[in-house]
Design a protein around this ligand. Structure first.
Ligand SMILES: [Zn+2]
Length: 388
């Protein structure tokens, strides 16, 4: 292109370079969040639709407002090119507005601006918030595993894991295979943060970059997995976490616990031979325990797998099925299990997620902790001594 742009032609810009004095601009950005609304026009009282939310191009995240948007085709993650968008300022930050004069069309992620990794600021894991973009982090890979998922009609592989630095840990979903291995120290750029099950999660795709670094000040994964237990109240305040360790006493079991039957396709538990997704199925027997653990500051639920349940209860799946043949009431099995587990002290490590019912821990390890009555008495005596 040798021709100079005419003064009125929008100039392609990066969101970081937006200024409120600029005339209409052109840019390519990804929809990070959006919301459809209608507002009442003052002049004639008519309702007018609009979409507003956040856009990001990897250099900055800005609010946008789109008047009279199309009814379909806007989703989180959509990459679009806007030609002739207006720039306004709100509370000292630039925002963009799409009016009837703006041409908005779908674009490919490859059209997003190339961002030189050296220009991007470093952040720590604890500073990352949903919708953040345009940062670099240096982290240790604590866990990583490929998982096959269905996106629309397509099967894709997402590499899921956990990353950590000295300030904390965060979940990872990478749509591109960077060949990550547990224990590696890496510098990552070009990712964005979304909220998944109430926790921030770092998302990488083909635009992101991953470089191996020395990482001398990054925690070692074993150290993270050995970290001492924290109070359940603290874990709850933080909404769970990727490397949670707690210690508490079993105070109950939640249904379904004991012998359950699962759908052979989706592994959901079936009731009266019916899976809520797959209808009538031949249920496969499984053992599980949904343990309520209390440490005096709060309680959470531990979803114990078959292997953990067999070990904690001391009854195998086959033995449980044999008992059910003699005593065909599964609730008696659950009672038996509760009797065995009640009052036991357990140390549990795993991934904690929080919803309206509180924190649920998917354990990586469950250890039984013997309650040392003598040591507990000594500790109590020492505390009383301190006070006098
Ligand atoms: Zn099913």
């Amino acid at each position: 292109m040798t021709a100079e742009p005419t003064p009125s032609a929008p100039v392609e810009t990066r969101l970081r370079d937006l200024t409120t004095t600029s005339s209409p601009v052109e840019f390519v950005a990804r929809v990070v969040t959006f919301e459809r609304r209608e507002v009442t026009r003052k002049s004639d009282g008519n309702r007018r639709p609009l979409v507003s939310g956040l856009l990001s191009d990897g250099t900055a995240t800005v609010r946008f407002t789109w008047w009279d948007p199309p009814r379909e085709g806007i989703e989180r993650g959509t990459v679009l090119r806007a030609v002739g968008a207006e720039v306004r300022e709100f509370r000292g930050r630039p925002e963009v507005t799409f009016t009837w004069k703006t041409r908005v069309a779908p674009a490919s992620p490859a059209e997003l601006p190339r961002v030189d990794a050296e220009e991007i600021p470093f952040r720590t894991v604890q500073d990352l918030r949903p919708a953040d973009e345009g940062f670099r982090i240096e982290v240790r890979v604590v866990r990583i595993a490929p998982k096959s998922v269905t996106v629309g009609t397509e099967r894709r592989v997402v590499h899921e894991g956990v990353l950590a630095d000295r300030t904390g840990s965060i979940a990872l979903s990478s749509w591109s295979d960077f060949g990550l291995k547990v224990g590696e120290a890496v510098r990552m750029a070009g990712g964005y943060v979304r909220s998944f099950r109430g926790r921030p999660s770092l998302v990488l795709d083909e635009r992101s970059s991953v470089v191996r670094v020395e990482g001398a000040d990054l925690p070692d994964p074993a150290e993270l997995l050995r970290s001492p237990p924290r109070s359940i109240a603290e874990v709850e305040d933080e909404g769970g976490g990727e490397t949670v360790a707690v210690e508490g006493v079993v105070v109950g079991l939640l249904p379904p616990s004991g012998l359950v039957f699962r759908c052979p396709t989706c592994h959901r538990s079936v009731r009266s031979g019916i899976c809520r997704i797959h209808g009538q199925v031949e249920g496969q027997a499984d053992l599980r325990a949904r343990i309520v653990l209390d440490d005096g500051t709060g309680a959470l639920t531990v979803n114990a797998s078959r292997a953990d349940t067999e070990r904690l209860w001391g009854v195998t799946l086959d033995e449980a099925r044999a008992r059910l043949r003699n005593q065909p009431d599964p609730s008696l099995l659950e009672e038996e299990m509760l009797e065995t587990l009640l009052g036991r002290r357990l140390r549990v490590r795993g991934v904690g997620t929080k919803d309206d019912f509180g924190v649920t821990l998917t354990p990586e390890s469950i250890e039984r902790v013997e309650i040392d009555l003598e040591a507990a008495a000594e500790e109590l005596a020492a505390r009383l001594g301190e006070r006098s």
